[in-house]
Design a protein around this ligand. Structure first.
Ligand code: SF4
Ligand code: SF4
Length: 298
């Protein structure tokens, strides 16, 4: 495959034809903030956190564009930084990032984002407009609010869309890219856009098979295991007291790798590594959630 010569922030580099600008930056260890891009999914090209300058009029998303011969890419220009900062400021003003991945919080800080610049979620300044049957607590004169209650519909996982950034990772993981179940999709338009089951059905009444593969890719904790949720509510979720060990699922012969996380010696979460060539981070309901028997009295 032919190599393409480009420069990134003044550093020359040659990368194979078809490489995305995002991956080209990675070859030079230039970190690029991303929100809708996950290691195991095709990016949704939705978030614009990864924009770079290539000498065209508009900034372009690094995940979406392939390198071209002679391209001169700037990732740290004032224009790029300002645009990325704005993405994180809008994010902080509209979503609850309390459970967000550490990288999201770090990028926000490194970019100097003022995350309450446009108000805070608590001000009622969340994305959206009231929907029938949903209460808006937006103060008069401020942005209207989709005020979806936290959805706790089973003992498996919780959906708190106040933390959702509409990155579409969960939809892609549930749909054609991983699970093929298509239990969730984007509903509504514009400010009313949100992730929903078919006809907004409760999860147990939907097509969901509780694989939890949506939880695995959610970057903000909008989707979170019930055990983690309960521990956080009790202020007892503490990553500093947790350790993760690799094992192999014993339920069937596929041999999925499991990353088993314990806190104070008790299992609190099970996942699978993204780089496992069988699972790509995915599991079935048994592997991800079927371990509570470990603590059964019987
Ligand atoms: S748990 Fe699995 S089936 Fe259910 S919504 Fe998530 S990805 Fe889809
Ligand atoms: S629930 Fe999570 S994965 Fe799904 S769109 Fe919202 S932030 Fe992204």
């Amino acid at each position: 495959m032919t190599d393409i010569s480009i420069s990134i922030d003044g550093q020359p580099v040659a990368v194979p034809t078809g490489t995305s600008i995002l991956d080209a930056c990675g070859t030079l260890d230039i970190e690029t903030p991303t929100l809708c891009h996950a290691a195991t999914l095709e990016p949704a090209y939705a978030c614009r956190a990864c924009v770079v300058e290539v000498g065209e009029g508009a900034l372009i998303p690094a995940c979406a564009r392939r390198v071209q011969e002679g391209m001169e890419i700037a990732t740290t220009s004032e224009r790029v930084t300002q645009s990325r900062r704005m993405v994180f400021e809008l994010l902080g003003s509209t979503t609850n990032l309390a459970r967000a991945d550490a990288d999201i919080l770090r990028w926000s800080e490194e970019l100097g984002a003022v995350t309450d610049r446009f108000g805070t979620p608590a001000d009622g300044n969340k994305r959206g407009v009231p929907r029938p049957g949903h209460h808006s607590n937006a103060p008069t004169g401020s942005a209207a609010t989709v005020h979806e209650p936290v959805k706790i519909e089973d003992d498996v996982y919780v959906r708190d869309y106040s933390a959702c950034i509409l990155c579409f990772r969960c939809v892609d993981a549930c749909g054609e890219q991983h699970q093929g179940t298509f239990a969730i999709a984007t509903a509504g338009r514009g400010f009313d856009a949100r992730i929903s089951t078919e006809f907004d059905a409760a999860l147990p009444d939907s097509a969901c098979v509780y694989c939890g593969n949506c939880i695995a890719v959610c970057p903000t904790g909008a989707l979170v295991g019930k055990i983690q949720w309960d521990l956080r509510q009790a202020d007892r979720w503490d990553p500093s007291r947790q350790e993760t060990k690799r094992s192999v699922c014993g339920y069937c012969g596929v041999g999925c790798n499991l990353d088993i996380t314990t806190q104070d010696g008790r299992i609190v979460e099970v996942a699978s590594p993204d780089d496992h060539d069988v699972t790509l981070g995915n599991l079935c309901i048994k592997g991800r959630f079927g371990w509570q028997f470990v603590y059964a009295d019987e």
